[in-house]
Design a protein around this ligand. Sequence first.
Ligand code: NAD
Length: 475
Amino acid sequence: MENFINGKWTAPLSGEYADVINPVTGAAFETMARSNTQDVEVVMEAAQKAFKSWKKVPTAERAKLQHKAAQLMRDNSEAIGKTLATELGRPLAACIREINRGADLTDYYAEEGLRLKGEIPMHNIKGEKAMIVRDPIGVVLSITSFNYPIALLTMKLGAALIVGCTIVAKPSDDTPLSTLMIAELFTQAGYPEGVFNVITGRGRDIGDALVTHPYTAKIAFTGGTSTGKHIGMLAAQHNKRITLELGGQSPVIVCEDADLEVAIPAIVKHTFANSGQFCYRVSRVYAHASIYNEVVERLTQHTAQLKVGDPFSDSDMGPMINQKIYQTSEDQTADAKTKGANIKIGGERLTDGDYAKGWFFPPTIIADANHNMEVMKNETFGPVAGVMAFETIDEAIELANDSEYGLAAYVFAGELGQGLRIAEELEAGSVWINNIQRSYHDVPFGGVKQSGIGREKGRYGIESFTELKTIYFSY
Ligand code: NAD
């Protein structure tokens, strides 16, 4: 597929294309434009030109278009879902859900955008007023990781568009196709040319040129912490606004009186969803010593029910996207084994029959883990979790916070006050008590520590695409 710029498919000036791989078969099934810095100029020109008129469109008109685009996403969720399942390897039903959830978020941002307000402080000075208004920030560069291409795009897209920004999206080179399909739908909905553009290519080829381009006003990035730091450094040098949604290594504390009937399925689901390629997945389980054995056994039994396979079968998990992402799971499991952990289930690459051509790693539970092991310290981004016992709540909180990351944390406690006290102590952008839901659209999402800067979703997400301006008015 070509780039999508100025409302049309646009061949890259580089003249180059790269294969898009089906991670189940390891074979190329499509191509994407491998853009270069000349293509960066073309796309940034388009977005900057469109910004000049898009920012003047009344918000209500923008909201109408946004609802129309959201409906088109729903109408096409099966077709885009199939492409997403093929490029990502995640079960089809989950891919279709991702498109529909993205449509819901797009609708939500349209409505929330209509509620944005300015302020006039009551200074009570004759012939004077000061007005606080919000301006759209300008051209927004969206850079996203491979794992939830549409969810991560729509966390930025609707918020930026509703306030009058234009967008240049650079999806991951592993999963670029679904994002390109969404851009075409927005044009069908009636968006003017240049408002929503997609450029594809390798981060190392075009990333720096996109980030530092004079027309880029804000970078909304989701991806790994090291890439985020690189982008953050460049952004700081050029005074660009930035939101960073980075890596995670999220803990769950299971108290002595927790309801395991709820806790165990919730933990298993959020440990292995998307083959563990999930930023706020559960990575570390801390169970009270008195229930530790039961927790380990129940986690193992639940995990044993998961089926690994092709996204177009009745599987729960597909392959890892590529060897690099796969390797961490294998390495962390080997490291834990060497250091005395007990691999309760999984732990070795699946290679027989249908698994032969993909990077399939089974859901893996590592018992008797400790903080000398990689699995308890560094992001896995794969289907591996460590389990460790604790004696006191203070110890559990200290262990949970003993991480450079702070994206999400979870606690299961029978006594609700205890659950809330623990939640207040946990260093994370979001904390779930006594169940785990997908992040809601109207509340902020983001991380502390090395998990990021800023928030997406909710009105906070929208405000981050605006600049405050004060107008002093004498009359
Ligand atoms: P990655 O950092 O390798 O790539 C992310 C994006 O950055 C891709 O589009 C890539 O092409 C681009 N990129 C790479 N180098 C670049 C450069 N020099 N300049 C500009 N862009 C560049 O991450 P990944 O492997 O795709 O995704 C996995 C990571 O993403 C994990 O660490 C995961 O935790 C994180 N993630 C975080 C969230 C969140 O909300 N916090 C959500 C999903 C994924």
